[in-house]
Design a protein around this ligand. Structure first.
Ligand SMILES: Nc1nc2c(ncn2[C@@H]2O[C@H](COP(=O)(O)OP(=O)(O)OP(=O)(O)O)[C@@H](O)[C@H]2O)c(=O)[nH]1
Ligand SMILES: [Mg+2]
Length: 302
């Protein structure tokens, strides 16, 4: 099946929640009035778009409908599509690969968001594109079997692997991985342990890893990516804001669209935080991760 077809089927639960319910509401009304807009507001809030973003979107919808002299409620759906496409378009972003030397990528996120799988999928993706050599760094020294999980991926993908013992300082792993890869160039993908964005000590540890990388390289890590599980809905926004405060993010990876109806949270996150979405994940297999293309995403959603 093509990526677009899989994307479409991956987004089907979110489509049902957001787009189909939107369509049902406009279908029930003869004119665009406050009653209709209130019902649409409810659809967006239930679709995990978040209160503030919903208000802003409904407002834009109202203003644009008036400006474009739209009177038929049915025409609100294509207008809604346009507005979303316009919001997401500037957030497309490609991986920032260092053209004359080593690229360092640091992966962050809460427990179970999909960090390690995303690293593996990314490694595969980069390999297919001829980017390399690739080094995976086992920066999750906390969770049992986390090191082995990444090691198995490195063997499967036939890429370099740097590890320390369980319980070791993750900053030291990052440092050594850069040492290992520096002469070869290519890209180092550094995994980290999952952590709650509200746990001060754990977020401090991330700041330290980030600082150590910066001191070692003489520049910040080329990519500081946050993996967000779309199933977390509204909490994704709090995750993004808090991680961004500890380690200024260069991009987001939104995973598990295939298993959620809460994909509307992508709108909540991106309207608050102007951080590009670099990849989206729609499954557990390597080919289920692809660069985010706004128009393709909106097309699949609608
Ligand atoms: N359905 C689906 N599952 C995914 C996706 N991405 C990751 N997963 C699954 O989510 C689970 C957690 O993935 P991990 O990569 O281990 O997550 P993590 O963030 O590294 O987790 P910790 O290291 O425990 O914090 C695994 O079962 C993955 O296969 C996705 O896009 N879709
Ligand atoms: Mg992990």
């Amino acid at each position: 099946m093509s990526w677009f077809k899989r994307l479409k089927s991956g987004l089907s639960k979110t489509k049902e929640q957001l787009v189909n319910n939107f369509e049902k509401v406009v279908g029930r009304h003869q004119k665009i009035d406050d009653d209709l807009l209130e019902e649409l507001e409810e659809v967006l809030i239930l679709g995990d778009v978040g209160m503030d973003t919903t208000m802003a979107l409904i407002d834009t919808l109202k203003v644009r409908a008036k400006k474009e002299k739209i009177e038929d409620p049915a025409e609100l759906l294509p207008l809604f599509r346009t507005i979303i496409a316009e919001q997401l378009k500037p957030l497309e972003g490609t991986l920032n690969l260092n053209p004359d030397g080593l690229t360092v990528l640091l992966m962050l996120g809460v427990n179970g968001a999909g960090k390690t799988t995303t690293i593996a999928k990314l490694a595969q993706h980069l390999k297919e594109q001829g980017v390399g050599p690739i080094t995976l760094a086992a920066g999750d020294t906390f969770r049992a079997a986390a090191i082995e999980q990444l090691e198995i991926w490195s063997q499967r993908l036939k890429v370099d692997f740097v590890r320390h013992q369980h319980g070791a300082d993750p900053s030291a792993v990052a440092f050594d991985a850069i040492d290992h890869a520096e002469k070869k160039g290519g890209i180092v993908l550094i995994d980290t342990a999952g952590r709650l964005q509200t746990k001060y000590n754990l977020m401090e540890e991330l700041r330290k890893i980030n600082r150590v990388i910066e001191n070692r390289l003489g520049r910040p890590a080329d990519e500081r990516l946050l993996t967000l599980d779309t199933n977390t809905g509204q909490n994704a926004l709090s995750q993004a804001v808090n991680f961004n405060e500890s380690v200024p993010l260069t991009g987001l990876v939104m995973t598990k669209f295939d298993s959620t109806a809460k994909g509307g949270s992508i709108l909540a996150v991106t309207s608050k935080l102007q951080v590009p979405i670099k990849f989206i994940g729609i499954g557990e297999k390597a080919e289920d991760l692809q660069p985010f293309v706004a128009e393709e995403f909106v097309e699949a959603l609608f």
